[in-house]
Design a protein around this ligand. Structure first.
Ligand code: GTP
Ligand code: MG
Length: 397
């Protein structure tokens, strides 16, 4: 055999081995597509996976979140002031800080106000595709005067009717979910050497504009989780992803049953919007064989809202009035019975969708709080489902 021929055989053999390895890797990787409406918690779920099972975030990556955290804080203060204007708190004492904050907010929301002339952009690099980092950020610089006024405002609210005010804010669309958390951390966030904690990163709200993925390994099994958020308007594109995925994780923002959508006549609130999206997805011809793991998310805020009795679920979902907690409901002795009834009502609304149609796929509902590490137990209990779904998928192929 000539040397050339031998070399060629060797190369073909090596290439073949590489292909086999890649195919094996592909088969041994569970691909999970994370879907859900805007703000439901998809990115948060992916960040948690990175923290719980992956390498976490480096200091440099953490700092990339500072601008978004500060913007969340500014939005929270803005909502707080709007709610305050409705007369929930005495205004006189706080007139000066209020004026300072109003001026600063106006400046921060002015698009022409980009200090240093150049926007710093996390999306200049490829990071977002792998790390779920925030998108473009214009550097936001806030004066000491702003920080002092913000601190004075929050101290004042904390000493008055904080719970009521925050509840009022939480039903406003522009109040970030992490608003209360960031308000309570004003004195940390204002520091020059501030490095966001895991909880800060999980709590920040920044709408994803690009597809994101995260890869992690649990017990020698590789999971490849991705969110096609950036292509949400190009349904044709992301529907193609269904072919190769093991299962879908659908995230539902349960606590937003009282967040009213301004320009949507069909779906009056964010939870019913999510139920409609889920209904369409469930009945999509692309999905007929895919298992869906449903994260009935934001349970922490949902429970607090229901328990407070301030925002009644029946005002948005009238069927809740006559709903009785089912006998299979599981709860802890310390759980509020009304919260348990409400949780299972929402779960039932979802299950009604899945049982109404004659499809071959299965839905696995789980109550989740994506900002909480307890989601680890949920994901661990889903691993068998994912394994079975993947095996079924491979057999079909
Ligand atoms: N309190 C609470 N906040 C949550 C929970 N899950 C997500 N959030 C918050 O909800 C906000 C939106 O979450 P994201 O993960 O950015 O939502 P998303 O689905 O990726 O949104 P888009 O990228 O706009 O599609 C963030 O501020 C999160 O911290 C939860 O279970 N509890
Ligand atoms: Mg996102």
């Amino acid at each position: 055999m000539s040397k050339n021929w031998k070399d060629m055989c060797k190369k073909v053999f090596q290439k073949d081995q590489l292909l086999q390895r890649e195919q094996k890797d592909f088969q041994q990787t569970y691909r999970l597509l994370v879907l859900g409406t805007k703000g439901s918690g998809k990115t948060t779920v992916m960040k948690q996976m990175r923290i719980l099972y992956g390498p976490g975030f480096t200091e440099w990556e953490r700092k990339m979140y500072i601008d978004d955290i500060r913007r969340n804080l500014v939005s929270s203060i803005e909502t707080l002031l709007t709610v305050w204007d409705r007369g929930l708190l005495p205004m006189d004492e706080m007139r000066d800080p209020r004026d300072i904050l109003c001026r600063a907010i106006k400046r921060a929301s002015d698009p022409s106000h980009v200090p240093n002339g150049k926007p710093s952009s996390a999306s200049d690099s490829d990071m977002q595709s792998t790390l779920a980092l925030p998108h473009v950020t214009n550097r936001l610089e806030l004066s000491d005067e702003f920080w002092d006024a913000a601190d004075a405002l929050w101290s004042f609210v904390s000493n008055h009717d904080q719970t009521n005010i925050i509840f009022e804010c939480q039903s406003q669309e522009c109040f970030p979910d992490g608003g209360k958390w960031f308000l309570s951390r004003i004195n940390k966030i204002r520091k020059k050497d501030y490095v966001p904690s895991d909880q800060d990163i999980l709590s920040v709200r920044s709408s994803s504009s690009k597809s994101m993925e995260t890869i992690f390994t649990v017990d020698s099994i590789r999971y490849h989780m991705f969110d096609v958020a950036g292509q949400r308007d190009q349904k044709g594109k992301w529907l193609q992803c269904f072919n190769n995925i093991s299962a879908i994780i659908f995230v539902m923002p349960t606590s937003e049953y009282d967040v009213v959508l301004p320009n949507n006549p069909e779906d009056s609130n964010r939870l019913s919007e999510s139920l409609t999206v889920f209904l369409n997805l469930w009945n999509s011809k692309w999905l007929t064989r895919k298992s869906v793991i449903l994260f009935i998310n934001k349970q922490d805020v949902f429970s607090a809202k229901i328990a407070s009795g301030r925002s009644k679920l029946e005002d948005y979902f009238p069927d809740f009035r006559d709903y009785a907690t089912p006998s299979y409901a599981t709860s802890n002795p310390e759980d509020n019975p009304e919260v348990v009834r409400a949780k299972y009502f929402v779960r039932n609304e979802i299950m009604k969708i899945t049982t109404a149609s004659n499809t071959q796929h299965v839905c696995y509902p789980h109550f989740t709080t994506a900002i909480d590490a307890s989601i680890r137990q949920v994901f661990d209990s889903c691993r068998e489902i994912i394994y079975n779904a993947n095996a079924q998928h491979s057999n079909i192929l």
